[in-house]
Design a protein around this ligand. Structure first.
Ligand SMILES: Nc1ncnc2c1ncn2[C@@H]1O[C@H](COP(=O)(O)OP(=O)(O)OP(=O)(O)O)[C@@H](O)[C@H]1O
Ligand SMILES: [Mg+2]
Length: 299
């Protein structure tokens, strides 16, 4: 009896019935059907976001698997940053559900219902996620080491010595160990962005979000930052969402590439599928602009 009921409910795509089904499913199937390897670490379902009466995300469904590196490409204004900011809990979705490790980000389960979560729940969930922004926003009056230890000490309540040890380890990883006593203004843009990366890594997130981390940099500094991110991607087991206009980088680092346009994920696939065999005209046109003709299409 129970099984056909679940299946028939699954076919509904109204938000409420889907939500009820999924919660029902979870409590029942959580341990039996979804092993840790098959549970997406991030799951967007029917996620929408409006600013005023402008809908900038129009119903995003997206799963990211643990350790998966997902690049997001797409024209300006297509919703890439908003997609990441919702996961970082910097914006709330207008509709839909986001889950991290199978747990709703903005909601709590009470029996079979989802209710809006309190700030404590959201803060706990947020600690699983780190984000690197286009503008690094370091504290100007603190040293590099202090910039990196700030969050572990004040958010994670880590003892100072332990935080400093971890911070040194991360600054070593991004190649800045000899600069730890300097102030941000003494560093180049590329070095500052590497500090920002160390600052996110020190919190040991399970998911890292990079929002065009090199687009504010002088061209000669882009390479060093991409190299650091690439190394983290190759060595680390974190899932990563990489929003980027660096197509070659996306191609080299990503397991999967998403193309967003007009608030939707229009196409997704392996780097080869996306860059060598783009299907939609919109992606073909986008790539033609970037890569000088690859994918054809034109405008
Ligand atoms: N806080 C906000 N208030 C109003 N509109 C916003 C806000 N944030 C984003 N938008 C709008 O939402 C749309 C999507 O913006 P978003 O920043 O997600 O795009 P993007 O794909 O990251 O673009 P870009 O490549 O230029 O960074 C844009 O039209 C933008 O103007
Ligand atoms: Mg953006």
């Amino acid at each position: 009896m129970a099984l056909p009921k679940v299946l028939s409910l699954r076919e509904h795509d109204s938000e409420d019935s889907e939500r009820r089904t999924r919660i029902g499913q979870k409590t029942k199937d959580d341990k039996t059907q979804e092993s840790p390897e098959t549970t997406p670490i991030v799951r967007y379902r029917g996620v929408k976001k409006s600013f005023g009466d402008v809908e900038v995300l129009k119903g995003i469904d997206l799963d990211m698997m643990p350790g998966e590196k997902v690049a997001v490409i797409g024209p300006s204004g297509s919703g890439k940053t908003t997609l990441a900011r919702l996961l970082m809990t910097l914006e709330r979705p207008s509709a839909g559900i986001i889950e991290v490790e199978g747990e709703p980000l903005y909601h709590k389960r009470v029996g079979a219902r989802l209710v809006p979560a309190d700030e404590r729940h959201i803060a706990r969930m947020r600690s699983k996620i780190g984000m690197v922004f286009q503008h690094f926003n370091l504290f100007p009056h603190r040293t590099i080491l202090q910039n990196v230890t700030e969050a572990p000490i004040h958010v994670k309540k880590m003892p100072r010595l332990e935080a400093e040890e971890k911070a040194r380890e991360m600054l070593e990883k991004v190649g800045l160990i000899e600069h730890i006593d300097k102030y941000p203004e003494q560093l180049s843009g590329g070095q500052k962005q590497r500090v920002a990366i160390a600052r996110a890594l020190v919190m040991e997130p399970k998911i890292m979000l990079f929002d065009e981390p090199t687009s504010a940099l002088d061209p000669e500094l882009v390479g060093e930052v991409l190299a650091v991110i690439k190394e983290i991607a190759e060595k680390g087991d974190m899932a990563m969402m990489l929003i980027t206009h660096e197509m070659q980088f996306a191609r080299e680092v990503a397991d999967r590439v998403l193309f967003t346009d007009g608030g939707n994920i229009v196409e997704q696939g392996t780097p080869e599928e996306i860059f060598e065999h783009p299907k939609s005209e919109r992606l073909q046109a986008f790539l033609a602009r970037f890569l000088g003709g690859v994918g054809g299409g034109g405008q």
